[in-house]
Write a protein that binds this ligand. Structure first.
Ligand SMILES: [Ca+2]
Length: 518
């Protein structure tokens, strides 16, 4: 008979030859010299017990059913002396075949008593996987019933990813080019929408996270974009009634942000702002006018601040006269230069270079058959020095492709990084995966990540000028990751590249984070 942890333990009926109806229990605690705390139950002496030696593990309680690699898991093991003699024995806990902790010796355990032992499992050297937790009490001399000496309870999944928050809506960390996360001041920083507010959470180790800190109202992740310039964090936010708003804040070493005044950048019914800061410290924001339904006066724009604090802004530059459901992004080059990219669903991708003094002619980047952008025209781009890298899901081929623009030369050809069959494209509306791209200047890499059933990565080695093999650096334990939700660091920060995405198809959706440390 198995007892639940926390219940008063009674003696097994098999120990009584003649079970008396007037048996009663008196529960007492006896603190033994070993300082082990036994929960003891006495029975009426009217029952005549056999002379039995029998110890048992009666319950195993694991503190959690999943853990991020590196976490310490607590395991409570309840043991009982179900025999008639004082017993001494060892208790060992396993995760599959791995020893969880040092075995513990239970000394001089009185008959008819129980004891809860605490074991801790440090998972920092454990491989990702699902482990079954089992506790075993060593047999005592003359013990006959060995079947109850081992107790197996449940499974625990050790993951490399961390759930850092929840949202009632799945579009909490979109869009891939808008930036939501970085590393600075010894902290991991992640911004997302919880379906009510823009919030941020911080962590020093990537596993233990702060409670969310509210920045401002924001129902969806794609309403705001983050930029980190090594001193300030900047955001662009699309307000339903006012237009595009801008604000910057100073990061504190304690993991908080001292925000300055929020400024109105441009008025109107606008959508999906993306922000960056150029090498002179001036914020840039790209966006489109209007946002839903039939495109009417729905055009892409980019605007630059005339001050580093974003207190005043230039006249917006209209990038195209076409009415389309544009997505835009702007990336900084050296010496105040910038490159703006814009595309629409199943359309080509366009780009314009700001050379520091004026705009150069529009470049059609992806115009070949099948090169139009999939996934609502969403793409991701970064700049390294003055070169621009671009990655997106092609409309007809279902290839994830990468192109790069060499400064002074122009755009090169498409490189296919991954291919999906049409029926492999999950999340048909909108379609995924939506890849992200990050610059790793420490190792000379461009790092492309995307989500299908798990998070994949492929890196371009600039030294050998070759793409490396596709890998899954964050393991295989994912629960319905949303392939449209991925957002990654713009660049390596402190030798780390982190990513945030949404898991689980049903609310509350799990905001999930992992980082590569090199
Ligand atoms: Ca036993």
């Amino acid at each position: 008979m198995k007892k639940h942890y926390g219940e008063i333990v009674t003696k097994k009926q098999k120990n009584f030859v003649n079970k008396s109806p007037i048996c009663f229990l008196i529960v007492a605690l006896s603190v033994m010299a070993t300082s082990q705390l036994f929960l003891q139950s006495y029975h009426s002496p009217i029952g005549q017990a056999q002379d039995i030696h029998d110890v048992a593990v009666t319950f195993v309680l694991v503190s959690q059913d999943s853990a991020v690699k590196g976490e310490t898991v607590s395991i409570n093991v309840t043991v009982e002396n179900q025999g008639d003699f004082t017993e001494t024995f060892d208790v060992t806990v396993y995760a599959d075949s791995l020893l969880v902790d040092l075995p513990q010796t239970v000394s001089d355990m009185p008959p008819s008593s129980s004891l809860v032992l605490l074991f801790t499992w440090n998972t920092s050297t454990v491989s990702e996987g699902i482990y079954t937790i089992k506790a075993t009490a060593s047999a005592v001399p003359f013990e006959i019933d060995h079947s109850d000496n081992t107790y197996t309870n449940g499974k625990i999944a050790v993951k490399i990813t961390a759930v850092i928050g929840t949202s009632e809506f799945h579009q909490s960390t979109n869009l891939p080019f808008q930036q939501k996360t970085f590393h600075a001041q010894g902290w991991h920083w992640v911004f997302y929408s919880d379906y009510r507010n823009m919030v941020y959470v911080t962590s020093e180790d990537g596993r233990t996270w702060s409670t969310p800190i509210v920045v401002r109202e924001a129902m969806y992740g794609y309403l705001f974009s983050i930029w980190f310039d090594e001193t300030y964090v900047h955001y662009a936010f699309r307000d339903h009634t006012r237009g595009i708003l801008y604000r910057r804040g100073l990061l504190d070493t304690n993991g908080t942000i001292a925000w300055e005044t929020e400024h109105l950048v441009v008025e109107g019914v606008l959508w999906a702002p993306t922000i960056c800061v150029d090498s002179n410290g001036h914020p840039w924001i790209s966006y489109r006018t209007n946002y839903v339904g039939i495109p009417t006066d729905t055009k892409p724009y980019v605007i630059k601040a005339t001050t580093t604090s974003g207190s005043s802004w230039d006249t917006p530059k209209q990038l195209s006269a076409l009415d389309k459901l544009w997505w835009t992004t702007v990336v900084p080059l050296t010496n105040g230069k910038a490159y703006v990219l814009y595309s629409y669903p199943e359309g080509p991708i366009y780009g314009n270079l700001w050379n520091g003094a004026s705009w150069l002619a529009t470049e059609e980047i992806a115009t070949l058959a099948g090169s139009a952008t999939q996934s609502y025209g969403v793409f991701s781009s970064v700049a390294y020095v003055d070169d621009v890298y671009l990655v997106f899901l092609q409309n007809f081929t279902r290839n994830i492709v990468c192109l790069n623009r060499t400064y002074g030369v122009g755009w090169g050809g498409e490189v296919i990084l991954a291919t999906f069959e049409p029926d492999e494209i999950i999340y048909p509306e909108p379609p995924g995966p939506r890849p992200t791209i990050s610059i790793d200047s420490v190792r000379g890499h461009v790092c492309v990540r995307w989500i299908y059933d798990k998070l994949y990565q492929i890196r371009y080695d600039a030294v050998f000028e070759a793409w490396e093999a596709v890998e899954t650096p964050f393991g295989t334990t994912f629960s319905s990751p949303n392939p449209c939700s991925l957002s990654s660091y713009y660049q390596e920060w402190d030798s780390k590249i982190g990513s945030v995405w949404i898991e689980s198809n049903f609310a509350p959706h799990e905001v999930t984070y992992a980082f590569e440390d090199f």
